[in-house]
Write a protein that binds this ligand. Structure first.
Ligand SMILES: C[C@H](CCC[C@H](C)C(=O)SCCNC(=O)CCNC(=O)[C@H](O)C(C)(C)COP(=O)(O)OP(=O)(O)OC[C@H]1O[C@@H](n2cnc3c(N)ncnc32)[C@H](O)[C@@H]1OP(=O)(O)O)[C@H]1CC[C@H]2[C@@H]3[C@H](O)C[C@@H]4C[C@H](O)CC[C@]4(C)[C@H]3C[C@H](O)[C@]12C
Length: 381
């Protein structure tokens, strides 16, 4: 796999950093999640392919162990608010001094500087600060965050993973590590560059929910079907729009022009009426095999059985659940996601510490002093 041989130390976090670690593990990195001790159960649902070491970083021995792990690793990924790692004596200056090749990834909401740097926050706050949330939602309604996908995962976890891969690539030339300051506000905003840059061509002149791509246009929206399900319509270009009208049994001559924004509400009502007349499956029969850009809005339970996803094997079934296959697919070195159960907290404490040079008696001593914890393999705490 592409990242085989890369060793990553991931300090346990909430959602973005676990996703970042999972992506790297999916593509072959060895990812060790450092969990806290005295925690009943892991809240990390994105632990595929990782190992877990339970370490009390509020003890000098715990800090020394983490330092030793970082000396022999390529990347440390930390998800705490600014200053936490420095307070523990694990800041970048210290760790990079011990291992100048280390890539030190800091995944936070607001970044390492600025008045908000030390403030608590979550996806919705970062999305709000990026400017994007102001554009998301239906006309006449308040802004609406699309789950926690944009800041936590796209702008956060995935962007940080990109930063790590870039730094690894650069290290092959310089031989040096570096610090990555991954702010979810900036990552989300960057992901939204199209919104900023397409203002110049008049894409966002309407209020929220009144533009072509935000639910304003009748040809770029979802519609309810006769069975209470939905279809998604994305027929923007003239030739595809014609096919949409054809499938709906409409004649362009009887309708206002496609791009007449003032007529969009009326056109939407016409489409709503048509789509309500057949079930989702019946619409699939009408539109599959055409370029009308109409697809069923599949539920999470439906996706893997859909013939397209099924043929490509887009979803994988593991011991714990069904989940998306890692993307993208690399032709020679594709990801090979681990399908066994996620690790319990401390499941690999002994194995990993031995791998990094500790003797059994050291580990016994650390366990007795509460510096590390080991769990029974396979058991979820
Ligand atoms: C699924 C829910 C999560 C949803 C994700 C959400 C929408 C997000 O947006 S996640 C993005 C959050 N932001 C960031 O990650 C940005 C960077 N980080 C931060 O800003 C902060 O870390 C913080 C704000 C996220 C958290 O702040 P906090 O004060 O808690 O922590 P820090 O200041 O960073 O300091 C960490 C301290 O910890 C010490 N530490 C760390 N490691 C160790 C160690 N190994 N040993 C010892 N000590 C350690 C470190 O030294 C710091 O100490 P100091 O403070 O002294 O410096 C889920 C969200 C809530 C969940 C639910 C909830 O938990 C209740 C239930 C629990 C139950 O068990 C399961 C069901 C729940 C309902 C549960 C369900 C879900 O999991 C949640 C809803």
């Amino acid at each position: 796999m592409a990242l085989a041989g890369i060793r990553i130390i991931e300090l346990a976090g909430l959602a973005p950093a676990p996703f970042c670690g999972m992506v790297l593990a999916d593509f072959g990195a060895s990812v060790i999640r450092v969990d806290r001790t005295k925690v009943a159960m892991s809240l990390d649902t994105l632990a595929r392919g990782k190992r877990s070491v339970a370490l009390n970083l509020k003890t000098p021995e715990g800090v020394a162990i983490l330092k030793k792990l970082c000396v022999k690793s390529d990347v440390v990924l930390e998800p705490y608010r600014k200053g936490v790692m420095e307070k523990l004596g694990l800041g970048p200056e210290t760790l990079l001094k011990d291992n100048p090749r280390l890539i030190y990834a800091r995944l936070t909401g607001y970044g390492q500087s600025g008045p908000y740097a030390t403030a608590a926050g979550h996806d919705i706050n970062y999305l709000a600060m990026s400017g994007l949330l102001s554009r998301l939602g239906r006309h006449g309604e308040k802004p609406h965050a699309p789950l926690n996908l944009v800041a936590d995962f796209a702008g956060g976890g995935l962007t940080c993973a990109l930063g790590i891969v870039l730094a690894l690539l650069e290290r092959t030339r310089s031989g040096k590590g570096q610090v990555i300051d991954a702010s979810m506000v900036e990552g989300a905003a960057y992901m939204g560059s199209f919104v900023w840059k397409s203002r110049a061509i008049g894409m966002w002149e309407g209020d929220r929910g009144q533009n072509m791509l935000d639910g304003g246009a009748p040809f770029y929206d979802t519609y309810r079907t006769a069975d209470g399900k939905h279809v998604a319509v994305g027929a923007m270009e003239g030739q595809f729009y014609q096919q949409l009208l054809h499938g709906l049994g409409l004649d362009a001559a009887d309708l206002p022009p496609q791009m007449s924004m003032g007529d969009w509400p009326e056109l939407k009502r016409v489409f709503e009426g048509r789509f309500a007349a057949k079930t989702q499956a019946e619409w699939a029969d009408v539109f599959d095999g055409t370029d009308a850009c109409v697809t069923p809005v599949l539920s999470l339970d439906q996706v893997s059985a859909h013939p397209h996803n099924k043929e490509r094997g887009s979803f994988v079934v593991g011991d714990d659940d069904e989940s998306p296959r890692p993307a993208p697919v690399l032709s020679r070195t594709p990801a090979d996601p681990c399908l066994s159960r996620d690790p319990a907290i401390g499941q690999h404490t002994c194995e990993v510490l031995q791998e990094y040079g500790y003797e059994s008696q050291d580990i016994e001593r650390f366990a007795a002093a509460g510096v590390v914890e080991r769990s029974i393999p396979g058991a979820k705490l």
